[in-house]
Ligand binder design. Structure first.
Ligand code: ZN
Ligand code: ZN
Length: 553
């Protein structure tokens, strides 16, 4: 009989922050951990979100026994609505995680027949070939969990996203005692959050943010306080509400997801506030500034979210001005700095005071720094380690940290998206690769592959060149002169010179081809395209999108 082994396939989240998805496999049966999305970079024109490439997984869909969700953030659950179109298996997670996921699924009108299985802290469930254990961890959303798979080669621990917050708002700490016990039982493989692996020390407790907010509020008794944060950050919302109520302010919520998440969290008893403490956003104007606190979405500069609308003055029911203080209780996710900066600028233009994490401690990360990572490595003492959830440099730093804790190099593997590893009693090895490229979603057009995106980049950078010509098939010459028009080009002398050069080179190429006997319009168009493309690329270093039409008369 073959030696027992398990395999892990990484479909996303290794090499980027986002679209987290891993698949753990034993005896040909598969369990999926998370199915997240990623937000596009500014040069991914028209792309709304990026998903893992699920083809490998869907080719094996009859072997999949379930999807387990570590927590409710979109980089872990945002791709579910696409995955479950083709994969109907039970989905496991905490009540809040499933609540967030179901809300998103119902908005996109999929998943009506799905089975959601709520799990509580410390619960063990048989899922496919594994005993799966759900371990509470602290993070920037309540009810986050690490997952322990009890497998034929030992325990595989997936940390999920976590920090070791010893004073969490809800008192629900990371279960370090259980982690230590798992360490004693024998951890064959650790997959661990690397987001803050470059940062020394310990991530401050979420509670520290409450202290900073309280001071800022106290210093501004007569100003209207508007605080933006992630709508899923229920503990942040709780602290903002608590500070506001201490000052006898009423609370107004702004932003669809803020309203929906607050409603869900109150229903699950994870957010504690009385209905009487809320007022509708359209009634804010009836109160003196010092009597109100607004909590809104849009802390990442998302153009359609509440804060951006406030900054531009196009929110329907409420506007901000010199009597407002706006606190961005957040930190820009890499890639969002520019949009956040623009929102902050516009808010200044409206005369408001703006406070952000750059100069006040109004945000704490949800991810473990080196001190916490070392603690987890020490508690679990894994035999093998693969860093997850990070850009490459984060993974590298986390691998170095594991080595510095005494793990031998051949028991640490840095994987990237698409990599597979196999773990046996004797160790870990690379086991292959599966397709794991970016799967782009354009909300208006559906799925995109690289090609249209590349064209959009060319359009953005170099514009369009349209070339047309008419050919006299009998005489073998040009019936209409070559015409070159451009879009996205400057109208200066230099660009006019380029147009003239393209016109000449296309005319010469067409005439030569006609002399050789070519009369087919597609073939002639190709000749024109090649001549223009070569000249533009080699001489002028430009790659515009070329649209060529040659009409044979
Ligand atoms: Zn995450
Ligand atoms: Zn997270």
């Amino acid at each position: 009989m073959a030696e027992p082994s398990i395999k892990v396939t990484f479909l996303g989240g290794l090499g980027e922050i986002g679209r987290n998805c891993a698949v753990i496999e034993q005896n040909g049966r598969l369990v999926v951990v998370d199915a997240g999305l990623m937000f596009p970079e500014p040069n991914m024109y028209g792309v709304d979100i990026i998903l893992p490439d699920f083809r490998w997984l869907l080719e094996r869909k009859d072997k999949v026994d379930g999807i387990v969700l570590t927590h409710g953030h979109e980089d872990h659950t945002g791709a579910l609505q696409y995955l479950v179109r083709d994969l109907n298996v039970p989905i496991y997670g905490s009540s809040l995680t499933l609540g967030f996921a179901r809300h998103r699924l119902s908005e996109s009108k999929v998943g009506r027949n799905l089975e959601f299985i709520e799990v509580s802290d410390g619960e063990r469930r048989k899922i496919g070939p594994f005993e799966v254990e759900f371990i509470p961890v602290t993070h920037s959303v309540p009810s986050a969990m690490a997952i322990a798979f009890h497998t034929s080669v030992g325990i595989v621990v997936h940390s999920g996203d976590f920090k070791l917050d010893l004073t969490p708002i809800d008192g629900r700490r990371t279960d370090v005692a259980r982690l230590a016990a798992l360490g004693d039982e024998g951890v064959a493989l650790l997959l661990c959050d690397s987001t803050n692996a470059e940062e020394p020390g310990f991530t401050p407790s979420e509670k520290s943010v409450g202290g900073a907010l309280r001071r800022l509020f106290l210093e501004r008794p007569n100003r209207r306080m508007v605080v933006a944060c992630f709508a899923s950050h229920i503990h942040r919302v709780q602290q903002i509400i608590d500070v506001a109520l201490e000052q006898n302010r009423k609370v107004a919520l702004m932003g669809r997801s803020m309203e929906a998440n607050v409603k869900l969290a109150r229903k699950l008893n994870l957010l504690h506030v009385d209905s009487a403490d809320f007022i509708d956003i359209e009634n804010v104007g009836r109160y003196a500034p010092g009597e109100v606190c607004v909590i809104c979405t849009g802390s990442q500069g998302e153009p359609l979210a509440a804060l951006s609308k406030l900054s531009r003055g196009d929110a329907r029911n409420f506007s901000v001005g010199p009597e407002d203080t706006i606190i961005l209780s957040s930190h820009p996710i890499p890639g969002n700095e520019w949009s956040v900066g623009r929102v902050i600028d516009d808010l200044h233009r409206a005369g408001t005071e703006v406070i952000h994490s750059g100069h006040e401690p109004v945000h704490a990360s949800g991810h473990a720094r080196q001190g916490e990572l070392r603690t987890v490595h020490q508690l679990l003492r894994p035999k093998n380690f693969v860093p997850v959830h990070g850009e490459y440099r984060h993974l590298r730093h986390h691998a170095d940290l594991a080595a510095s804790m005494g793990l031998a190099d051949d028991h640490i593997i840095i994987c990237e998206d698409g990599d597979q590893v196999e773990v046996t009693a004797s160790g870990i090895r690379r086991a292959g690769q599966v397709p794991a490229g970016f799967h782009y979603i354009d909300g208006s057009a559906g799925d995109l592959d690289e090609r249209p995106l590349e064209e959009r980049r060319m359009l953005a950078e170099y514009g369009v060149v349209q070339i047309s010509a008419g050919v006299d098939a009998v005489a073998g010459n040009l019936a209409h002169p070559v015409k070159v028009t451009t879009r996205g080009w400057f109208e200066g002398d230099h660009d006019r010179g380029v147009v003239e050069a393209v016109t000449a080179v296309v005319r010469d190429a067409l005439l030569e081809s006609l002399r050789g006997g070519e009369r087919d319009s597609d073939a002639l168009a190709k000749v024109a395209q090649r001549a223009a493309g070569r000249l533009l690329g080699q001489k002028y270093r430009r790659q515009p999108v070329l649209l060529v039409a040659v009409v044979v008369l």
